[in-house]
Write a protein that binds this ligand. Structure first.
Ligand SMILES: [Zn+2]
Ligand SMILES: [Zn+2]
Ligand SMILES: [Zn+2]
Length: 266
């Protein structure tokens, strides 16, 4: 499984509009952070996007994302869904709707924010994104790839993280409920929200994220959804050995330690 980080920044992106801080002026490309998203290519050839924020067009062009078999949404905030209109290109390339998976609240949010897409009276001429919305109620499969939702809290709001075999993705997280820790055992790669140094009501701070990552104990942990408070180099230098800040364009390959199903054995 190959994971490409398309964006690792918080909702403002980094640099932020009108900010002259050290990180926003940094010449280290790892301090440039688009809105959070990852692209996952699975062992059986499925292409899965997690979240579609306002930077999707530039992200897809830069990282040559040309195919989507499924789009998973963690929740309905703007920085995770405002790229929906870009699905038109995938509709044209693949000649079919994009299958989108989200919890009931997020589907409600998408239908509200993109009401024109679902309104039969909208003229079709300009081209509307074609999507099929599926409500996540438990584990499901994209091709042969199992996707397991991992309930987490984003402030008071219950949202979803995802687990795909040894890969766990928990963005916009301020609390992991008791029942979800067991879903995160034995990960090869954990991606976890770490917004900034100071505590925040709806996101883990870096210290909280390190604590949670220690408890989850994945082989490797990458933090995401960072604000401009965190400069890549100096922050990574003081993290534990198995942890780092992710950055846009980072690619990580993980392999399944054992075959998951009988039909993959020789
Ligand atoms: Zn700044
Ligand atoms: Zn959010
Ligand atoms: Zn967010």
């Amino acid at each position: 499984m190959r994971i490409t980080f398309l964006g690792t920044g918080t909702s403002h992106g980094v640099p932020m509009i009108g900010c002259e801080c050290e990180t926003c002026r940094s010449t280290d490309p790892r301090d440039n952070r688009r809105r959070p998203s990852v692209y996952v290519e699975t062992d059986d050839g499925q292409a899965i996007l997690i979240d579609a924020g306002p930077d999707l067009r530039a992200q897809a062009i830069d990282h040559r994302v040309r195919r989507l078999d499924a789009l998973l949404f963690t929740h309905g905030h703007s920085d995770h869904i405002l790229g929906l209109d870009e699905l038109r290109r995938f509709n044209a390339i693949q000649r079919r709707p994009v299958s989108c998976y989200a919890d009931a609240q997020t589907i409600f949010d998408i239908r509200r924010m993109f009401a024109y897409v679902f309104d039969p009276n909208t003229p079709r001429g300009g081209g509307l994104p074609q999507l099929e919305l599926f409500t996540i109620v438990g584990s499901f499969c994209v091709g042969r790839q199992e996707v397991r939702p991992v309930p987490i809290f984003h402030g008071q709001r219950p949202i979803l993280g995802f687990r795909l075999d040894g890969f766990g993705y928990l963005t916009d997280c301020s609390r992991i409920p008791d029942e979800s820790w067991a879903l995160l055992e034995g990960l090869d790669l954990l991606v976890l929200d770490a917004l900034r140094e100071k505590p925040h009501p709806t996101h883990f701070s870096i210290a909280e994220a390190v604590d949670a990552a220690r408890r989850i104990n994945a082989r490797r942990t990458c933090f995401t959804h960072m604000a401009h408070d965190l400069r890549h180099g100096p922050t990574c230098d003081r993290l534990p050995e198995t942890m780092q800040l992710a950055y846009d364009g980072l690619v990580i390959e993980i392999s399944n330690p054992e075959p998951r199903s009988a039909n993959r054995e020789p």
